[in-house]
Design a protein around this ligand. Structure first.
Ligand code: GLT
Ligand code: MN
Ligand code: MN
Ligand code: MN
Length: 388
């Protein structure tokens, strides 16, 4: 049975199930729910935790007393349900002050305000137990490069992240940063558009060990990229600190569909990669219900995200146990494994290089060998389509 358990570590953002269905062409279609109500409902559905932007919880400009009252009531909902807050983040995109960016804004006062807002939000996250802090720079970009040199934007973003790492260290918080790339929307182009761009950027920071990735399925997909490969690169670099799961059609606007609703095959390879890799962080759904839905539809959406993950996880286990699939894989790998000649994994030496240069390859035979991937992929499809 596919009923989620806390141990599955499914999480949702307050802004995801809380999405009221506003879009660029239309007004909200759902009434806002309180954070406490969301926590209770998600817990009933089997979720493990909830994430938030500072302003999902505490409205922009709230007084200190108001903040404390809100946090107290939210903490009570967490205590009553056993729900946790694994991740928190800052809203650096809704308020008009961020129209030209936050950490990369061309206005020094706006950049300093973004630091102030983020440190306050980090304090809030730490108070509620968050150990991962996400940076999604939705407004860090441009529609025209006529004004700001993009090299300056990169330097400013680095200064801000370095500064905030020092802040976390100085406060003694148990917290790591996870940077979330996106190619565009809401800006025409966003700086650091993909996982690969972010990985390099991280290697230039003062505390690279504190900073990793929060890749999102929809974001690489919008750019026409293979999300599974992007996640693999993050995993291999030891940088998969968090993950945003949803679905998306290539080339469209930012859809944030229910997980696995659009491309279940890609979702399957993702779940398989996550499960096989031993990733043990939260499985966070950064998605929202169709605008056609009422509150009941929102919970159907949330249930669907978790259920599809568990179904695909079971499929991944079946893939690993299926005798025909494993037999075919073994057959495909046999020649590779039986190769006795010199290879790159031996490491370089002048003598070894000479051996490689002298080695006689049967180029014709190697070129003519079929890979049997059609057969293998069809087995995967039949597994997914439920006839295996
Ligand atoms: C926003 C965005 C997401 C980010 C969230 C965190 S906010 O919904 O589309 O991808 O993860 O800031
Ligand atoms: Mn997103
Ligand atoms: Mn996201
Ligand atoms: Mn999205």
């Amino acid at each position: 049975d596919y009923t989620p358990k806390k141990s599955d570590k499914f999480t949702f953002g307050l802004w995801t199930v809380g999405n009221i269905g506003r879009d660029p062409f239309g007004d909200p279609v759902r009434t806002p729910m309180t954070p406490e109500h969301i926590v209770h409902k998600l817990s009933e559905l089997g979720a493990y935790g909830v994430n938030f932007h500072d302003n999902d919880l505490v409205p922009f400009g709230a007084s200190a007393q108001e903040r404390d009252r809100i946090v107290k009531s939210f903490k009570k909902a967490l205590e009553d349900t056993g729900m946790v807050v694994p991740m928190a983040t800052t809203n650096l995109f809704t308020h008009p002050i961020f129209k030209d960016g936050a950490f990369t804004s061309s206005d020094a006062k706006v950049r300093a305000f973004a630091l102030q807002k983020t440190m306050q939000a980090i304090d809030l996250g730490a108070e509620l137990g968050a150990t991962t802090y996400v940076f999604w720079g939705g407004r860090e970009g441009s529609e025209t490069d006529a004004y700001r040199n993009p090299v300056d934007a990169i330097k400013r973003f680095r200064e801000a992240i370095n500064y905030l790492c020092d802040y976390v260290i100085d406060q003694g918080y148990n917290m790591r940063f996870a940077l979330e790339p996106k190619p565009n929307e809401p800006r025409g182009d966003i700086y650091f558009p993909t996982v690969g761009h972010m990985l390099h950027f991280i290697s230039t920071l003062d505390h690279p060990e504190m900073v990793g990735l929060n890749p999102e399925f929809a974001h690489e997909t919008m750019a026409g990229l293979n999300f599974v490969h992007a996640v693999a690169e993050a995993i291999e670099a030891g940088k998969l600190f968090h993950i945003d799961l949803n679905d998306q059609i290539i080339g469209r606007y930012d859809q944030d569909f229910r997980f696995a609703s659009e491309n279940p095959k890609r979702a399957f390879f993702l779940v398989k990669l996550l499960e096989d890799s031993g990733y043990d962080g939260p499985r966070h759904f950064d998605a929202h219900a169709y605008r056609t839905e009422d509150e009941e539809g929102v919970w159907a959406f949330a249930r669907g995200c978790m259920r599809s993950y568990l179904i695909l996880k079971e499929k991944a286990q079946k893939f690993n146990k299926d005798a025909e699939i494993q037999g075919l894989l073994a057959e495909i790998r046999a020649e590779d494994e039986n190769y006795q000649g010199p290879s790159a994994s031996d490491g370089y030496s002048r003598e070894h290089a000479q051996q490689v240069k002298d080695y006689k390859f049967d180029v014709t035979a190697l070129s003519q060998r079929g890979r049997k991937y059609e057969e293998l992929d069809q087995l995967v499809m039949e597994l997914l389509l439920g006839v295996r």
